[in-house]
Write a protein that binds this ligand. Sequence first.
Ligand SMILES: CSC[C@H]1O[C@H](OP(=O)(O)O)[C@H](O)[C@@H]1O
Length: 371
Amino acid sequence: MNINGTPYRTIWTAADGRTVQIIDQTRLPHDLVIVDLTGLTEAARAIKDMLIRGAPLIGATAAYGMALAMAEDTSDRHLDTAATTLLATRPTAVNLRWGVERLKALLAPLPEAERLEAAYAEAARVADEDVAMCAGLGEHGLKLIRAIHQRKGGPVNILTHCNAGWLATVDWGTATAPIYKAFDAGIPIHVWVDETRPRNQGFNLTAFELGQHGVPHTCIVDNAGGHLMQHGQVDMVLVGTDRTTARGDVCNKIGTYLKALAAHDNGVPFYVALPGPTIDWTVDDGVAEIPIEERDPAEVTHITGALAEGPTATVRLTPAMSPAANPAFDVTPARLVSGLITERGVAEASRAGLAALYPEAAHGEDKGGAA
Ligand SMILES: CSC[C@H]1O[C@H](OP(=O)(O)O)[C@H](O)[C@@H]1O
């Protein structure tokens, strides 16, 4: 997608063929800062400190992190260290494990002399595949939006939570891919953008993306969605996911479950967009089995933004003595999910629904949810 008219992906290899470059998403929307990742440690920090975030982009960054590690040392020992280091960054997005395991499975059998080039080539394939998968799921989601428009006539009002945009992937996004495709096809749409406390990925990233593309949108507080649904102002909830289980339970940014409950109560379709690598075929019960990241409570008690006309600033929101808790994700049971929009089509949120689209993965031949 474009920023100020210039096309970008979220991650790419610099001209030297080794340095990996990313957009520092902690600086958006106020500043566009490109950061060089020159080694494994920097790649791991970029994931943990959320310079890059979003499950597919975390997977792609993990793949490039393995390549950066091979540029340091192609030994078996360092290959293991790289996998351990990257897997320790964030626990919830399954794409991290998928990216690390894909690179390790490729590199481990190779002679050391072949590992460096193979790693960078595979990381580039991971990135290119993500772009293709997100574009593909965008086409399937477009059909859903078009059907709603044909049924109701006026603009399609879509509510989204957090950022499942092109900034959460290599390009296109997951929840935003159908939105961009519908907008580009001339279908009148409008997006309600949840702020998504505490890190405000909605305001800082989704609103930024949609504004750059010209998509009509309105920023709302996280607690407004149910009210809008009660008043018929939401035609569809469309979100991303960090890990979806084999039976269709959806783990996503904290607050998603509450959106799904409100959507269910008001008869609003609740769709989740995801590429195949976000499916964890080893897990059924998302509530019981998906590790939920607990992040620094300071993200809750402090907020960073831009002064009206000036630099960014951080302010404390709570009394100094008041503790805070910061679970970063929650799990929406499959029974609340209207459908899973994938690059292979729209699946019912069930084991049978996902197995019909990914038979090779569901029956154990490919646990990676291959595209
Ligand atoms: C397309 S994955 C986007 C997904 O990732 C976000 O989490 P985070 O910003 O903490 O990486 C959020 O859950 C989004 O829905």
